[in-house]
Design a protein around this ligand. Structure first.
Ligand code: ZN
Ligand code: ZN
Length: 295
């Protein structure tokens, strides 16, 4: 993350921008560690680890191999559907991402074959489903791969923004850089100040500040509680709101420096099950974990 502007002089920067050259390798490492400690989800965690390693390899590729970047924030503001049509270079990134990818599971290989045979129009439809947070049930297996390609584009693009002035303010629950939704919130030290709360964008990995002990949906701070899973990493908890019954996971990176919002969110799926049973609705959107509606 870009901490340069806030280490010694003055307050921490409002926005923390991603470092693409580290982000995907660190995520891959975390996914592999979590696969060892959460055996029930190890198959999916290892699949996502392989995908994150492929994302890192593409990010490391020479600049001449890069596709043309869309202005993603303007795209989302102007006309999410129309502007996303400009992102069709994404088809090439997506196909590079799954090239020679052989999974040990037949259903995953069927998904990969579907991606290899996809047209620009298919990719456009999938990107719109992701960015509008309206996944079609029949596309739920494809979408994490499409999201991984989109993350490559968006993280590169976000890394080139200015942390001081990424764009006009938006509503607090949306990423000010690309207008994506948050996966989770992060508690972290910035400069000398520990325990600052940021929201983490599931698409471009930028982080923006949000007050502590305040519901992401209704803004109430009066009915907040925290829940975790017995025996799991105590740095990962869910902030629940009894005013509107939503929750958002919170990762204390000061306690668990290797934690990754997307990886740790997948690995704590049992916390979602527990909270759903208690009547809480999930607010965070993790594009690497698309659960079909009604599943
Ligand atoms: Zn974003
Ligand atoms: Zn609330």
């Amino acid at each position: 993350m870009n901490l340069a502007a806030g280490t010694e002089a003055g307050p921490p920067p409002a926005i923390l921008l991603p470092k693409p050259e580290r982000l995907f390798r660190q995520r891959a490492r975390r996914l592999r560690d979590l696969a060892a400690s959460v055996p029930g989800l190890s198959g999916y965690l290892l699949l996502m680890a392989e995908l994150a390693e492929r994302q890192a390899d593409i990010v490391d590729a020479p600049a001449s191999d890069r596709s043309t970047c869309t202005d993603w924030r303007r795209a989302a503001e102007d006309n999410p559907v129309g502007a996303l049509r400009r992102s069709l270079a994404l088809t090439a990134v997506l196909k590079a991402l799954v090239q020679d990818f052989e999974a040990s599971s037949a259903p995953v290989n069927q998904t990969l074959a579907r991606i290899v045979g996809a047209s620009d129009a298919d990719v456009e439809t999938w990107v719109i489903e992701l960015r509008m947070d309206q996944p079609a049930p029949e596309d739920s297996a494809v979408l994490p791969f499409v999201a991984a390609a989109l993350q490559i584009e968006l993280v590169r693009w976000a890394a080139e923004r200015s942390a001081e002035n990424p764009g006009d303010p938006t509503e607090p629950g949306l990423c000010p850089v690309c207008l994506g939704g948050p996966v989770a919130s992060i508690l972290r030290t910035v400069g000398d100040t520990p325990g600052l709360r940021y929201l983490h964008c599931g698409f471009c990995a930028s982080e923006w500040p949000y007050p502590r002990i305040q519901c992401i949906q209704c803004g109430s701070g009066e009915h907040i509680a925290y829940q975790g899973i017995e025996g799991a990493d105590p740095a990962i908890r869910a902030e629940t709101c009894d005013a509107c019954h939503v929750y958002l996971k919170r990762i204390d990176r000061d306690k668990s420096p290797g934690a990754d919002p997307l990886a740790d969110d997948i690995a704590t799926l049992s916390l979602d099950v527990l909270l759903n049973e208690q009547g809480y609705q999930r607010f965070g959107f993790n594009p690497l974990m698309i659960i079909p509606v009604g599943a």
